[in-house]
Design a protein around this ligand. Structure first.
Ligand code: CAA
Length: 253
């Protein structure tokens, strides 16, 4: 996608050095955006690998540390990026964790840790970028949900609840911002070739792949393509939508 005819948009990608986030950063940078990959500062080894992997896009992708589960950290991040780059035009909330366990075994800690990152994190970032987007009259927010927020998954009451919540949040914010040039959408990935899915037992993973009509796990590039599409300047009439990218694993309309 060629974005050279539009202003150089500044994009924040949370979970930016993660399984999906890295590729989202790459595709947004390739589309001409100034990208800020956001992740925990503590992931030093991964940050170094990320820098090596994306060396060809040096300059188009910067790294900023922040904890999405911490409101103050997100507020400081937004202020730093706006000061250094002038604006935040695109926000992709891709930070997410799993704490899989059937409800009978799930601890309160597993529930709350997941909610803090996967749902509070979306609030914390959106809350701190929406004023600037409103003032400038332009914004693209893409929240990464999941097929498991649509269908539920054994062992994921926490994750499924948070991901369904992300879509409800996105629809509500889409209504609040529609007249301000801001779109808010979700992308719902299916099972992708990422460390998160690799952590599922081989037996369960094989059963899942057997149920995917396309016959394979998704690639991070499959997801990033959908994100880049929704983040484009000319995607202004798509808002409050969910774009499923799941190889046909769950079909609905
Ligand atoms: N479906 C149906 N039954 C299941 C089951 C499943 N997936 N997993 C376990 N069971 C059954 C067992 O056969 C057993 O039955 P019996 O009591 O009759 O023998 C019972 O449930 C065991 O229950 P437990 O609470 O002891 O389950 P467990 O601890 O063995 O396994 C689990 C729980 C590890 C969470 C496992 O269910 C699992 O791995 N589920 C899949 C989780 C998953 O898909 N995570 C996705 C991660 S990737 C991601 O989230 C990205 C994305 O967006 C797609």
């Amino acid at each position: 996608m060629n974005q050279t005819d539009t202003p150089r948009r500044v994009a924040i990608v949370t979970g930016g050095i993660g399984g999906l986030g890295t590729e989202i950063c790459r595709q947004l940078a390739a589309a001409g955006r100034q990208v800020i990959a956001v992740d925990l500062a503590t992931r030093a080894e991964r940050i170094e690998a990320f820098r090596r992997e994306l060396a060809d896009l040096d300059g188009a992708i910067a790294f900023e540390p922040a904890d999405v589960s911490d409101f103050d950290s997100c507020q400081q991040l937004a202020a730093r990026v706006e000061q250094q780059h002038g604006s935040i035009d695109i926000l992709v909330n891709a930070a997410g964790i799993t704490r899989d366990a059937s409800l009978r075994k799930m601890t309160s800690q597993q529930w709350h840790e997941l909610m803090h990152v996967n749902l509070d994190g979306v609030f914390n970032l959106c809350r701190n970028v929406v004023e600037g987007m409103t003032a400038r009259g332009f914004g693209r927010i893409v929240n990464i949900s999941s097929v498991n927020g649509q269908t539920g998954q054994f062992g994921q009451t926490n994750y499924s609840a948070a991901k369904a919540g992300v879509h409800g949040f996105s629809m509500a914010l889409a209504r609040e911002t529609a007249r301000k040039g801001i779109t808010v959408n979700t992308v719902s990935p299916g099972y992708c070739d990422t460390p998160m899915v690799a952590a599922v037992s081989a037996e369960i993973r094989a059963q899942i792949v057997a149920g995917i009509p396309v016959g394979r796990l998704g690639s991070p590039a499959d997801i990033a393509r959908a994100v880049a599409f929704l983040a484009a300047d000319d995607a202004g009439y798509i808002t409050g939508a969910n774009l499923p990218v799941n190889g046909g694993y769950f079909m609905s309309f």
